[in-house]
Design a protein around this ligand. Structure first.
Ligand code: NAG
Ligand code: NAG
Ligand code: NAG
Ligand code: NAG
Ligand code: NAG
Ligand code: NAG
Ligand code: NAG
Ligand code: NAG
Ligand code: NAG
Ligand code: NAG
Length: 881
């Protein structure tokens, strides 16, 4: 089928991944642009293959259609498709295309499209500066059935971020191939394709930040490299679909704008319940219900606030979803645990995998078979895989009845009356993962060889064992015919080898006719959506928390994400920050964190202590580890327990601050975590920093990053900061600073000058109690003496709020003005205002222009403490002179 092209000699197959000399591809002849027409905001043309062609991975498509639309002042949509044969495109049901504003005058837009007709190339440039942001000049377009290639030049030393999920530094090195193909990437190995797929990048320059999103779910390699003449380039090598790109102008002043513009395309992040910001505890390897209950008891005894207990697949009977093991995790005792948690203001979450055990008589399998909702092979039989319970089938998330099936299973098993009343859902293995080794001819035999499901290694507990208080411890069919869905001519650099290796067959099809070849990268996101709907169905009107492993662009609309099965090493501790910044600052998946103290391998006391503190500033804070690792609950070592208590005290006092940031993100896409360059876009020294970050837009977190070290070199931008604990002002000089004597229970945290923080006055053991605590406002002025902040309060759980409280705080000329709308009655007070960096004790202090007594001035730390004592239901002011 593959025509022998003149370039095939240059193609070398390496172990996995195809290598073609880039210089040779640049000699392909490309296309000529013809029949160009402009109509309003839209430009259309045909692209005609030039005579020589390219035929590097199959025949070239001879005629293409180009359409460019100025959708908004800041967004250009460029699509190149085959006008004669419909090709696969990411379905609208998965990603609703953004609407155009329609009234743009292209010349006035922030970015411009331009082209050269022969050979065809195009560019996108910034209108105000005329800088070229993206250009395919000298790098011809290649468009073949199973190979698409677009390549742009980049400036020298480009600052590029995104294109995950991967383990690269946040600022991408210019010598890397990023492969997008969802993979169960145990131990999150360096330089390989991982669980999720987010083909978007932001490029930052001192002149502005722009973004480029390729809406394509096929496997791809994105190569960052230099040409022989030293010109940096970014090259997409995609094995299907269409070229469907969104160019985002961002802005010249604030990188936050490009993030907001990306949210306009893929959607805004879902709001999560207030409680989900509490501490989560999980592990693979809890042997039985007594273990689970003891962990809950021990957290409480150690006075470490445990908000949510989790249980991994251990609870299942033979590792089958929607079952409990009657001997180890009997339903009545598990229900007792859930009841206990709920009685104590705590929550419970269980793991649900997608794969369903292929066992007749197992009701979830029988019901799914009856409804015919499994992913199918081309011959109509269900795809057979090997996952935890042994031989399994996979739900087809595109099947018209899949929601009904999944919601019904959730309702039944997670039923508050007879089942396990979970508060959130955890979905794993949804790349989808498959243990069957290719060619996987006999999954039953492999199940035996791999001992699946694994036998229990401990004896069951006494069913009546006492717990709690008693323990010390598209026209897709043609495509399927035409294309090689199993072994395409261009092999992406999939670390698992062949495309179907360790996952579903890529020639498997969904009820809508789409093949896994095209939709593989969507599987986790589809499951996320269906699972979220099933959870919302159980508790109508209430928000939920769903945490997934595999994601695609837009997943943040439905779910949060953990960074997968990492290892208990300092390296994984450090790269968790870059991984998290990718999700939260670029991909719009803000509810993110990595497994604290590490999943695989054994942690150490000091690693776990440092990681507990770093994890206190993950949006999603969960301790989780593997069944073969030593236990690592925070209470097990005195240092770790102390570190956890200290950081949870900070985290809980800051909870309404981060909750407010999430609310803002859900309205406009402002990232809830920010790299330093988002806040200091002109300061080049910040561009590569990924071991420090902002939690929200005001809290600078700078953890110690090396083993056994009690010091860290950090960068402090030219700005005013305040130590979060002592509140002392610290002047940043735009230089590296060495912080020393940072004990294993401390983490350097600074407040950025120019902000007003709403803090709860003290932390508590649960978020239910936290919501009854009063507030204080901490004013942290910048050098010019001004500061501003916001507070958003609602009931914490409802999707539609009847009443909310929204407060703006602004400080200037020694006066704080607090004003807002106070629809939600939180029943708490603002007890005090603390103003930082006050040089001398003021003569007089006023609340609402009335002089107050009882204020206090801390000369050592320059903190003015003003008693307020007003209910959070009114405007007020605090001033001093
Ligand atoms: C999520 O499910 C809803 C309801 O079935 C559907 O309308 C929507 O298209 C789905 N979105 C995705 C991403 O699958
Ligand atoms: C568009 O490209 C042509 C060359 O192809 C160039 O002459 C022209 O100046 C460009 N226009 C803009 C606005 O960049
Ligand atoms: C670029 O990557 C290749 C392959 O991984 C490696 O051999 C080479 O040393 C790298 N070069 C630089 C400058 O990092
Ligand atoms: C991963 O790569 C980083 C940076 O190249 C290196 O420092 C680290 O040692 C590697 N880690 C592992 C586990 O290979
Ligand atoms: C990067 O580009 C150089 C120079 O063109 C080439 O020799 C090298 O093979 C390229 N690396 C990759 C991974 O494509
Ligand atoms: C503790 O165990 C005793 C004896 O088994 C039982 O009577 C008591 O109810 C248990 N206490 C709690 C709090 O479960
Ligand atoms: C799909 O892949 C399976 C596994 O290799 C193979 O047995 C089957 O023939 C393939 N079917 C088609 C239509 O390609
Ligand atoms: C972790 O510790 C356990 C118990 O000491 C040991 O059996 C296991 O081999 C260790 N794992 C690793 C990866 O070192
Ligand atoms: C850290 O200290 C421990 C205990 O003294 C030691 O075993 C380990 O080798 C040290 N690690 C490094 C990187 O120095
Ligand atoms: C620091 O910022 C101040 C105020 O913006 C400015 O006057 C000063 O020149 C800056 N210093 C450095 C070293 O950039």
């Amino acid at each position: 089928m593959v025509q022998a092209g003149f370039l095939l000699a240059a193609l070398v197959s390496v172990s996995h991944g195809s290598y073609v000399d880039p210089a040779v591809l640049d000699q392909c002849s490309g296309y000529d642009l013809e029949d160009a027409t402009w109509q309003g905001t839209s430009f259309k043309a045909n692209l005609i293959l030039r005579p020589e062609g390219c035929a590097v991975f199959g025949p070239d498509i001879s005629t293409l259609s180009l359409e460019v639309v100025y959708e908004t002042e800041t967004r250009i949509h460029l699509k190149i498709a085959d006008p004669h044969n419909a090709r696969y495109e990411v379905p609208e049901s998965v990603l609703v295309r953004p609407s155009s504003s329609g009234d743009i005058v292209p010349d006035n837009a922030s970015i411009q499209f331009n082209y050269t007709a022969s050979p065809f190339s195009f560019s996108i440039s910034r209108t105000s500066t005329e800088e070229v942001l993206f250009t395919t000049a000298n790098h011809p377009l290649i468009y073949e059935s199973q190979y698409l290639r677009v390549k742009t030049s980049l400036p020298q030393d480009p600052s590029i971020y995104g294109l995950g999920e991967h383990t690269n530094p946040f600022q991408l090195p210019l010598n890397t191939t990023l492969t997008l193909w969802s993979r169960d990437a145990y131990s999150v190995p360096n330089g390989t394709n991982l669980y999720g797929n987010h083909p978007v990048y932001f490029e930052h320059r001192t002149t502005g930040t722009h973004g480029v999103f390729l809406l394509n779910s096929n496997g791809m390699d994105i190569k960052l490299n230099k040409t022989e003449s030293g010109e940096p380039t970014l090259e997409y090598n995609v094995i299907g679909g269409v070229l469907d790109s969104y160019f985002l102008a961002g802005s010249e002043s604030s990188p936050v704008e490009v993030a907001k513009q990306y949210a306009e395309v893929v959607g805004l992040p879902a709001e999560v319940p207030y409680w989900s910001f509490g501490l989560h505890q999980c592990r693979f390897g809890y042997q039985n219900f007594v273990d689970v209950a003891n962990v809950i008891t021990n957290y409480s005894a150690a006075e470490i606030p445990l908000e949510t207990m989790w249980t991994d697949i251990d609870y299942m009977d033979g590792r089958k979803i929607f079952t409990v093991d009657p001997n180890y995790f009997p339903l009545d005792r598990m229900r007792q645990i859930v009841q206990y948690l709920h009685d104590h203001g705590q929550k419970y979450i269980l793991m649900t995998d997608p794969a369903v055990a292929l066992q007749e008589g197992y009701e979830p399998y029988d019901r799914g078979t009856e409804m015919d909702v499994w992913l199918k092979m081309p011959n109509g039989s269900a795809v057979i895989a090997l996952v935890w319970p042994g031989v399994t089938v996979y739900p087809d998330w595109f099947h018209p009845d899949i929601q009904e099936y999944w919601s019904q299973e959730f309702e039944q098993f997670y039923n508050p009356g007879q089942g396990l009343d979970i508060d959130g859902a955890w979905i794993d293995m949804n790349e989808p993962s498959n243990f069957c080794v290719l060619p996987c001819e006999d999954p039953y035999q492999q199940a035996q060889e791999q001992a699946l499901p694994p036998p229990r290694t401990s004896l069951p507990p006494d069913h009546n064992a006492p717990i709690f208080g008693n323990s010390t411890s598209a026209s897709k069919r043609e495509l399927a015919k035409r294309d090689d869905l199993l072994d395409p001519p261009y092999a992406i650099n999939n670390a698992a080898g062949e495309l179907s290796s360790k996952t579903a067959w890529t020639n498997a099809t969904s009820a809508n006719g789409l093949s896994q070849y095209n939709t593989h990268n969507l599987y986790g996101t589809l499951m996320s959506n269906v699972t979220r709907n099933a959870m919302l169905n159980r508790r109508p009107g209430l928000r939920t928390l769903v945490i997934t492993r595999s994601t695609f662009a837009g997943a943040g609309n439905y779910v949060g994400k953990w960074l997968g099965d990492n290892v208990s090493t300092w390296y994984h501790y450090r790269i968790s920050i870059a991984g998290m910044l990718g999700m939260a600052s670029v991909y719009q998946v803000p509810m993110v964190g990595s497994d604290i103290c590490g999943y695989a391998g054994n942690t150490t006391e000091t690693l776990c202590a440092r990681w507990a503190m770093l994890g206190g500033f993950y949006p999603f804070m969960r301790n989780h580890n593997s069944d073969t690792s030593i236990s690592q609950e925070f209470y097990l070592w005195p240092t770790v327990a102390e570190a956890a208590r200290k950081v949870l005290d900070m985290r809980y006092r800051l909870m309404d601050y981060i909750y407010t940031a999430f609310h803002t993100a859900s309205l406009d896409g402002t990232p809830v975590l920010q790299p330093l360059w988002f806040q200091y876009p002109a300061d080049k020294a910040t561009y590569s920093i990924d071991l420090q970050f902002f939690y929200g837009d005001s809290i600078l977190v700078s953890p110690v990053t090396d083993e056994n070290s009690t010091s860290v070199n950090i960068y402090l931008p030219n700005d005013t900061f305040y130590d979060f604990t002592s509140l002392t002002p610290i002047k940043g000089a735009g230089q590296q600073v060495t912080l020393t004597d940072i004990g294993f229970t401390d983490i350097p945290v600074f407040i950025k000058g120019g902000r007003v923080l709403p803090l709860r006055v003290q932390s508590t053991m649960t978020t239910v109690e936290l919501r009854k605590e009063d507030f204080e406002f901490v004013v942290a002025p910048r050098a010019d003496g001004t500061a501003a902040g916001r507070l958003y309060v609602d009931d914490g759980v409802s999707i539609k709020q009847n009443a909310t409280t929204e407060v703006a705080m602004s400080f200037a000329n020694s006066k704080l003005e607090v004003s807002g709308s106070f629809g939600y009655n939180s029943g708490v007070n603002v007890v005090r205002v603390r103003v930082l960096g006050v040089e001398a004790k003021p003569g007089s202090v006023y609340v609402n222009n009335r002089e107050v007594k009882g204020d206090d001035y801390d000369e050592a730390n320059k903190v003015l403490d003003v008693p307020v004592g007003l209910p959070l239901n009114q405007d007020f002011s605090v001033s001093f002179s």
